[in-house]
Design a protein around this ligand. Structure first.
Ligand code: NAD
Length: 347
């Protein structure tokens, strides 16, 4: 019973799949199917309680509704969370049990990769269940390069809005998380002359970034207070909070991580500090734009993806301008835009 969880929209469907023998506890959440079938990745994460797992699934699936609506995709919002440690508890038996669950959902949810779920896992599931996207066999493959490209053009749009120029030469950028997206973002930033400060839990990755990009490596929370122009969160969510926002020296936050704002009030906290925030589900839509291209007539064609990802910059510029003219936060404007699109379709 999750009715006591306040502050969430109505979600169309939430399923629980549990198979204790095979180590599966999975929550599949469908926020809306108004614009199309609910698409969103499966996150495998060791939540310490069932409640935090379900809150994650509810927030992430709502974020997918907003993300796809603003990206102009004919898709609804869905997401799944498997409560497990992907490094130690993700077994073939567990994924088989999850595939059986996906089979029972009869197309109401389309899955893909997320944190803890790899391309190989997506291929494994696709052999056993329908509605698995982002696979290597006939699918659109790894979404991360497209997410990184969208984040890059979105970061430049934020810089242009703030300074009148998107020239990255000498601009100082702190990147938190050097995974699939963060690393690719660093490559693009470095190519255009940005000066990088990085952190990651994995010391091999930070050492490689120091060597490859001449990046300054900082540990843990020091990245938040780094003396930079732009902060790009590319690790996990909840990074912008009442505790961390006062520490930021950057005047722009533009990164790929989902659910960056810990609470709804944190958008206003950023505005009060004069920090321009690129809403996460707008700037990181490159991956879902790529996955959605699998569903068009004629199959996946990367040529249709690139211009759509480039449009993320225009969308963000429009959000920044509307936020300025209406005196609202960028995240409030983005959410209003997404809800307008969904409500228009519902009517
Ligand atoms: P990833 O798992 O490949 O990389 C995450 C990296 O962050 C890892 O290197 C990890 O060690 C590091 N990390 C984790 N916690 C950290 C911490 N506290 N401090 C520093 N580093 C930390 O994930 P990814 O695919 O690169 O995705 C990164 C973020 O972007 C996630 O929030 C994800 O939900 C979001 N996102 C990704 C995509 C995509 O296409 N991959 C699409 C949309 C959103």
């Amino acid at each position: 019973d999750v009715r006591h969880l306040q502050g969430f929209d109505h979600h169309e469907q939430v399923w629980l799949g549990r198979d204790t023998a095979r180590g599966l506890t999975a929550i599949v959440s469908v926020h809306t199917t108004v614009l199309g079938p609910a698409l969103g990745g499966t996150r495998i994460w060791p939540h310490t309680s069932f409640e935090s797992g379900i809150i994650d699934a509810l927030r992430l699936s709502r974020g997918m509704t907003f993300k796809s609506a603003i990206a102009g995709l004919p898709l609804g919002g869905g997401k799944a969370v498997i409560i497990a440690d992907a490094k130690t508890e993700k077994t073939p038996a567990m994924l088989e049990a999850y595939a059986e669950m996906l089979n029972t959902l009869q197309g109401q949810y389309i899955t893909a990769e997320d944190v803890g779920m790899t391309l190989a896992d997506a291929d494994f599931l696709a052999e056993r269940a329908p509605n698995v996207s982002g696979t290597t066999k006939g699918g659109s493959g790894n979404p991360s390069p497209f997410t990184a490209e969208g984040t890059f053009v979105g970061l430049k749009a934020a810089l242009r809005h703030r300074t009148g120029s998107d020239d990255l030469a000498g601009v100082r950028v702190a990147v938190q998380g050097l995974g699939s997206v963060g690393w690719s973002l660093c490559q693009k930033l470095h190519t255009e002359g940005a000066v990088l400060t990085v952190c990651d839990l994995d010391a091999v990755r930070t050492a490689r970034a120091a060597e490859t990009f001449g990046a300054t490596v900082v540990s843990g929370d020091a990245i938040i207070a780094a003396g930079v122009d732009i902060f790009a969160p590319c690790a996990l969510g909840g990074i912008l909070s009442a505790d961390t926002i006062p520490l930021l020296k950057a005047k722009i936050v533009a990164g790929a991580a989902n659910n960056q704002l810990a609470t709804a009030e944190d958008g206003q906290r950023l505005v009060t500090r004069g920090i321009l925030y690129a809403p996460d589900y707008v700037i990181n839509a490159g991956g879902v734009i790529n996955v959605a291209a699998e569903m068009g007539d004629g199959g996946y064609d990367v040529a249709t993806v690139t211009p759509r990802v480039a449009r993320i910059a225009d969308t963000l510029s429009a959000i920044f301008q509307r936020a300025d003219s209406e005196g609202r936060t960028t995240d409030a404007v983005a959410e209003a835009m997404a809800r307008e699109i969904v409500e228009a379709a519902r009517k």
